[in-house]
Design a protein around this ligand. Structure first.
Ligand code: UT7
Length: 319
């Protein structure tokens, strides 16, 4: 994976926002729908409840608006909208078109699909746009997995849910942006372990996905740390994809990062795919768990099988 060239224009996150649909679906609700138990789901996944409902466009407008308000900028100042989603509302046009219109943006807008790694892909792409001259980019991760979940399949229905997280990225002139290292990966040969046909439901070989997930998260995070010349014990906060608490525990143990440094929201959000990393990061920010100068490692994996990681120096690398 390429290193960030010296002197390239960087960026910092100046606003963030999250959105979850109002409807709560608990493990006890699922007990009424198929043969499972709250105990099993909590023990095997860490998930207690999840939010379902809404649309990809609707949730993206909500999280995007919050991020823009927090950044304190005029929507007309935004140069690009990057929306990561695996569950667009329509086949054509991209969901980002409706989001762009509703938020009052006048800029290019496009969707990217890298499954659950999508937000981190979007973050790296957004930094690329900033390096090419954009000044303010809105980057959103949204998924409504409930639309492509078979609610009679206990293999998948215990995991998946809906949500959205957004950030505003603004360029910095002093050259020292927040992104210190990144890695994007994919292995299409593993597609059969996690996929949905167009118009169909998600099919998953859970055990195989679990095994690969730990490996590719650790590989990707290690590459990013090595590129940035940072060791795992310097990390203040890791924001992993929120798929299963046991995957997070296993990956953190292999990376040598204690679980106290992991941001987790899956106990009440479930797995929201593209939204999972920004939801966890935004909650950690709102709780004051990330301070200026902290090293923050985002790391995700997903269908494809994709993996992505990014190392941020919170607030940028002032020079
Ligand atoms: O964004 C990426 C998306 N996907 C993932 O990250 C999924 C990764 N995989 C996983 O999270 C886990 O593999 C699952 C949570 C899907 C399954 O957990 P597991 O520990 O791998 O369970 P298992 O499939 O090995 O099943 C163990 C037992 C079986 O019973 P027996 O054969 O031991 O009697 C299953 O039939 O648990 C049973 N089981 C369940 N019991 C209650 C499987 N699913 C359930 C369920 N409720 N929902």
């Amino acid at each position: 994976m390429p290193k960030i060239p010296a002197g390239v224009r960087g960026a910092v996150i100046t606003g963030w926002g999250s959105a979850l649909p109002p409807k709560v679906l608990t493990n006890h609700d699922l007990e009424q729908m198929f043969d499972t138990s709250d105990e099993w789901i909590v023990e095997r996944t860490g998930i207690r409840e999840r939010r379902v409902g809404g649309t990809t466009v609707g949730l993206s407008i909500e999280s995007g608006r919050r991020a823009i308000e927090m950044a304190g900028i005029d929507p007309l100042e935004i140069d690009a909208l990057v929306l990561s989603t695996t569950t667009p509302d329509r086949a054509v046009p991209a969901s980002s078109a409706a989001v762009q219109h509703e938020l009052g943006l006048r800029c290019g807008a496009f969707d990217i699909n890298a499954a659950c790694s999508g937000f981190t892909y979007g973050l790296v792409v957004s930094h690329g746009l900033i390096a090419m001259g954009s000044k303010k980019v809105l980057c959103i991760g949204t998924d409504c997995l409930s639309k492509i979940t078979d609610w009679t399949d206990r293999n998948t229905a215990i995991l998946f849910a809906d949500g959205s997280g957004a950030i505003v990225l603004e360029s910095v002139d002093h050259g020292g942006g927040q992104l210190l290292g990144w890695d994007l990966d994919a292995d299409g040969s593993a597609e059969r372990f996690l996929f949905a046909e167009v118009g169909g439901f998600v099919q998953m070989e859970g055990k195989e996905v679990f095994r690969r997930a730990v490996r590719i998260m650790v590989d990707s995070a290690t590459k990013t740390l090595n590129h940035a010349g940072v060791s795992a014990d310097e990390i203040a906060m890791v924001v992993p994809h929120q798929a299963n608490i046991r995957i997070i525990e296993s990956a953190c143990a292999k990376l040598g990062i204690p679980m106290e440094k992991a941001a987790t929201v899956l106990h009440y959000t479930g797995n929201t795919s593209s939204a999972s990393i920004p939801l966890a990061m935004n909650e950690a920010l709102d709780a004051g768990r990330i301070k200026h100068g902290d090293l923050v490692l985002l790391v995700g994996f997903g269908a494809g099988m994709t993996a992505a990681s990014a190392l941020l120096r919170w607030g940028g690398d002032e020079q």
